[in-house]
Every structure is written in structure tokens, then in C-alpha cells.
Design a protein around this ligand. Structure first.
Ligand code: AMP
Length: 307
């Protein structure tokens, strides 16, 4: 039931209405891998960092149960850097800076011990690199999930379209679904995206939950109404990590199980936003996770009798 997670491992500088950080550890694969590691101890990371990345953090990845054999450390290069500023509503943000640095000549290597994985999470990264990872798998994983973002839609459209064609599940947020399709209605946007290749689509709507589509069905999961949202960075990646983590743990790729996976993903994302960066995502207990999932169940459970 091994799960390969590929994506950025980064330094982030974040501004929210509650404060700002200097360079802290971030990155799509960092969040996805960490979230998934609560569900399966067979998470295998593929990424690249520069020699400025702290060895203690790589050790932390290992402590969380991730294999780092596929994490390259490039001497003389700088780690990918991203900086963003959240608006007052905490749901929207502006990217202030994206420095690809070590990503520019990243050639992902899939170690032998990662081959024949059943599940592949393509967290946010250049789409042509996501594609390369699919191509470098000796056997096609049972389920390939891909996340992407507006940055790649604006700069690498063709490569993005080629990669989207190859995956089973695509996750984007609502504004990205609209950007991909030029449709305002998310239902129409979903129909168009499902024609681009993926069999399933998840549209994340921040504090308003997430929608799961296939061609015939749709499922909606709310986000937990939280008293304090401190920093939404990584929430989407954490969501995706919880989603694929649950699927890898249960090895069930049915639509019904994806519904449960969305709840687990949402529960993990609800922790992520409570503190800056990864802070809240390290050292969670099973009891804390179970309690969050129970809150989701209670939130949406009701009896109704149609006459
Ligand atoms: P999220 O808030 O889930 O969209 O993810 C935020 C994380 O994505 C941050 O930790 C960034 O380091 C990372 N990130 C930002 N821009 C990009 C990009 N263009 N490609 C890959 N990862 C990115």
C-alpha cells in the first residue's frame, strides 16, 4: 500500500492579518506527505532542496515515517521559495514571489524502493515534472491524484493539459476551476474538467468545504467552522494528503470511499490552518484526529422524513 508523494519542499514567507513569518518550512509535498503519514507509514517523498535546507527538517520527515530516499539535496543551489499575502477574508491570497531556484533543473529520480507503488500523489509542482514522475513509474499506480495551481495555469498551459490527461483525480480550488474552464458555474466547470481526462475532480472551496465530482455523481463536504483560522497556507496540500492517505490505508478507490477520504482530508486541513506553517501538523495524536472526524460527522448528521 505504498504511497509516493512528489511536489515542492520549500521555504515560505507568509503574511496574514494576524502576523507575518520570515522563511519557514513549507512546500506542497511537505504538507501532503506529513498529512498522509498519519494514515500510512509507507509514504515515499520525491522532491529536491538546496543546501540551505535544514537537515533537521529532513530528519523530521523521517520521524514522521516518510522515506526521503527520493529527496535530492543539491549542493550550491537554493531551495524553492514562495511568498504570499492573505486578504482579510483569509480565503484569498496574492502570491508576492515565486523563486523556482533548485526546481529549475530538477530531474526527479524514482528510487527502486519506490517502484510499484499503488498510489501516487502529484502535489503542486511544474506540470512537466509531474508528468515525468508518472512516466518513470515502472507500473502505473492504482490511483494517481494531482494538485495544481493558478501559477501553472498562467505559465505552463500546454504542459498542464498534457499532465491532467494522465491522472485519475484532479484537485483544484474554485477560482482555479474557473480559470481552467472560463466557466463561472462550478457544475459546468466540473463537466468541462472531467472531459480533459481525470475521472474524478475535487473542487476545494476553502472555508466553504469541498465538492467531489465524477461524470454521474457529486458529493459535498463542509469545512469545519473554526473559531480561529491563523494561516491557511498548505491547507489544500494537507487536504490532499489526508485524502490520498485514507485511500492508501484502505486500498479502496470507490466513489463511496472517496467521500470518506474527503472528510479525513478536511479534518487534517482543519488542523493545518490553526497555526503558522507546519506547526500544528507535527505530533498530532490519533485521538485528536478521531475527535475532528467525529465533529464532521456530527456537523452534517440530521434526520429527515419525507412524506
Ligand atoms: P496551498 O496553500 O495548499 O495552496 O499550498 C501552499 C504551499 O504551496 C506553500 O507551502 C508553497 O511553498 C507551495 N507553493 C506555492 N506556489 C507553488 C508553485 N507554483 N508550485 C509548487 N508549490 C507551490
Amino acid at each position: 500500500m505504498s504511497l509516493v508523494v512528489v511536489g515542492t519542499v520549500a521555504f515560505d514567507a507568509i503574511q496574514t492579518p494576524f502576523g507575518k513569518t520570515d522563511k519557514i518550512i513549507g512546500g506542497a509535498a511537505t504538507y501532503s506527505g506529513t498529512a498522509a503519514s498519519y494514515f500510512t507509514k509507507n509514504v515515499k517523498l520525491v522532491s529536491v532542496v538546496g543546501d540551505d535546507f535544514p537537515a533537521s527538517m529532513i530528519e523530521q520527515f523521517r520521524k514522521s515515517g516518510m522515506s526521503t530516499e527520493g529527496l535530492q539535496v543539491k549542493q550550491g543551489s537554493k531551495t524553492f521559495f514562495w511568498s504570499g499575502r492573505y486578504h482579510e477574508d483569509m480565503n484569498t491570497r496574492d502570491t508576492l514571489d515565486t523563486q523556482l531556484n533548485v526546481l529549475l533543473d530538477f530531474d526527479p529520480v524514482i528510487p527502486d524502493s519506490y517502484q510499484d507503488c499503488e498510489f501516487l500523489m502529484l502535489s503542486n509542482l511544474m506540470p512537466q515534472l509531474q508528468k515525468k514522475v508518472i512516466e518513470r513509474m515502472r507500473t502505473r499506480p492504482k490511483l494517481v491524484v494531482m494538485d495544481t495551481m493558478n501559477f501553472w495555469m498562467e505559465t505552463q498551459w500546454d504542459a498542464l493539459m498534457e499532465t491532467i490527461q494522465l491522472v485519475d483525480v484532479l484537485t483544484v480550488n474554485d477560482s482555479e476551476a474557473r480559470l481552467l474552464t472560463k466557466e463561472y458555474s462550478l457544475v459546468k466547470a466540473a463537466q468541462k474538467i472531467l472531459q480533459m481526462g481525470p475521472r474524478y475532480l475535487i473542487i476545494k472551496k476553502g472555508e466553504h468545504g469541498a465538492l467531489l465530482f465524477n461524470k454521474e455523481q457529486v458529493f459535498f463536504a463542509p469545512a469545519l467552522p473554526l473559531e480561529d483560522v491563523f494561516d491557511p497556507t498548505g491547507a489544500g496540500d494537507t487536504f490532499a494528503g489526508g485524502f490520498i492517505g485514507h485511500i492508501a490505508q484502505t486500498r479502496d478507490i470507490s466513489f463511496d470511499n472517496m467521500k470518506r477520504a474527503i472528510i479525513f482530508g478536511s479534518a487534517m486541513a482543519s488542523f493545518c490552518v490553526e497555526k503558522f506553517g507546519l506547526e500544528r501538523m507535527i505530533g498530532l495524536t490519533q485521538a485528536e484526529i478521531d475527535e475532528r472526524v467525529q465533529q464532521f460527522i456530527d456537523l452534517v448528521q440530521f434526520d429527515i422524513e419525507l412524506v
